[in-house]
Design a binder for this molecule. Sequence first.
Ligand SMILES: *Cc1c(COP(=O)(O)O)cnc(C)c1O
Length: 390
Amino acid sequence: MKFRTRAIHVGNERDPLTGAVVRPIHLATTYVQPGAGEWGEFDYSRSGNPTRKALETTLASLESGCGALAYASGMAAIHGVTMLLSAGDHVLAGTDVYGGTYRLLHKVVNRAGIDVSLAPATDLDAFEAAIRPETRLVWIESPGNPLLSITDIAACAEIAHRHGALLGVDNTFATPVLTRPLELGADIVMHSATKYLGGHSDVLGGALVVRDKELYDRLYFLQNATGAVLAPLESFLCSRGIKTLELRVREQCRTAQRLAEWLDGDDRIARVLYPGLPDHPGHAIAARQMDGAFGAMLSFEVAGDFAAAKRVAESTKLFQLAVSLGAVESLIEQPASMSHASYDRDARLAHGIRDGLIRLSVGLEDFEDLQGDLDQALAWISQAGGRHLA
Ligand SMILES: *Cc1c(COP(=O)(O)O)cnc(C)c1O
């Protein structure tokens, strides 16, 4: 079966008891056992739940994995991976990992005697040079946030494996519609299901999908031992969102591509960062690694300063001023004052996140309505202050 068919049917087999075409939500926390010391498929909801299992079955199929685990949030899923590590181990992560990942690695994981360092995953030589004998986990994201940098996943898998480390890929931005990291050699794929998988800004969740049964068993043990499982209602909402995942992502990508091309030709814009534009530094890799589209996240810099970008971000009406991404509603944010405000300014600038940067999560609204909305928000930036003077 093709991707879109599996998204609807795998894990969603009709309810054998009633014939209902939508599986019931199993709220029960405990399950009657066949006998003392005898176990059925389910016994206690932290260890396993039919509604969560249905979601995990769908996810394993869509990401080409042997098994999946659904967590209470994306951060809980990443934390689950880091629990594979022990004191003395080292984690290497790409420089533009999600801010929450940066915080988890540098303020929580490091306290367990695990060393953490960052290197640019877009520069493979520099990235490999940052690997140490005790590196056990390499962690990357593509496209990266908020500059939409593209990392070569297959090349990073080779590097990690050459040094005896696991490769984990945060696939939240690309979704399995566009990129399936396990097929490219990664060991673990992670999602913030809060974003595209759920897709409607109404469920917080996370997931891991793995290639190998032994690794699945270790992660399952850790999840059951520590408890950050996804609840039944959230599991159901996520499964429901996934049924339209491909349709939503492809249409949102189409709109993002058109907006990127329009912004790229506009004098009020200093630069557009979108992997679907031929002059984006990661375009060639993206064309190979992303299936037919370049994602629905795009960033651009307005000519002018912090105040100019702030004013644009505050002036849209359809693009709502909010963090998060991936849902049917379009969102706008200014990384310098919102998603990346906790970085100190010099570090942020060194990282390429300038004050004039604006990030869009392109939703499912009509292209012309979104274009008109951005156009009116940009209207007050004088033509003279545009690209030529920037
Ligand atoms: C949102 C996000 C996370 C964290 O997920 P939560 O569900 O918010 O815990 C991790 N990685 C990326 C790329 C994200 O966008």
